[in-house]
Design a protein around this ligand. Structure first.
Ligand code: FES
Ligand code: FES
Length: 161
């Protein structure tokens, strides 16, 4: 079947099997491999993308279901080789270690920041509750967002200065 998606403001039309999921469509059919496959079963969040404004697990969405949708992936974060402010804060706070969870984390947080420009720690934790990270212990990720939104000085427990 023919699928047309807008990904990071670019329109793609491809033939694909009705059973193919959005994750494999992004990675295999249009070559956007930034979105990662961890569990393939909706458990790890590595495949998180934004579909029509909502963070979704791309492994659980059929490409056919996403036909006509607006999708955002990690490739849409940096512009002209310059990291987005969120990516920059991730780097500064050592919130990226192996990096496998990072594309999904960024998309969950991007969705959060678009509906809430100043999320508290609890809201940040809620936004990434479906995103597993085996490396960072999550604290650096939370600090990166608090710093981005000008709230880190209120925490009083800077770990990286
Ligand atoms: S790969 Fe989709 S949730 Fe794990
Ligand atoms: S940085 Fe390795 S899984 Fe999160």
């Amino acid at each position: 079947m023919k699928i047309t998606l807008t990904v990071n403001d670019q329109v793609y039309t491809r033939e694909c099997a009705p059973s193919k999921n959005l994750l494999h469509f992004l990675r295999e059919d249009i070559g956007l491999t930034g979105t990662k496959e961890g569990c393939g079963a909706g458990e790890c969040g590595a495949c998180t993308v934004i579909m029509d404004g909502k963070a979704v697990n791309a492994c659980l969405v059929l490409a056919a279901e996403a036909n006509g949708a607006q999708i955002r992936t990690v490739e849409g974060e940096a512009k002209d080789g310059i990291l987005s402010p969120l990516q920059q804060k991730f780097m500064e706070h050592h919130a990226v270690q192996c990096g496998f969870c990072t594309p999904g984390m960024l998309m969950s947080l991007r969705e959060l920041l678009e509906r809430n420009a100043k999320p508290g720690e609890h809201e940040i934790k809620q936004a990434i509750e479906g995103n597993f990270c085996r490396c960072t212990g999550y604290q650096q990720i939370i600090e990166a967002v608090l710093d981005l939104t000008g709230q880190l000085e209120h925490k009083g427990e800077l770990r990286h200065v």
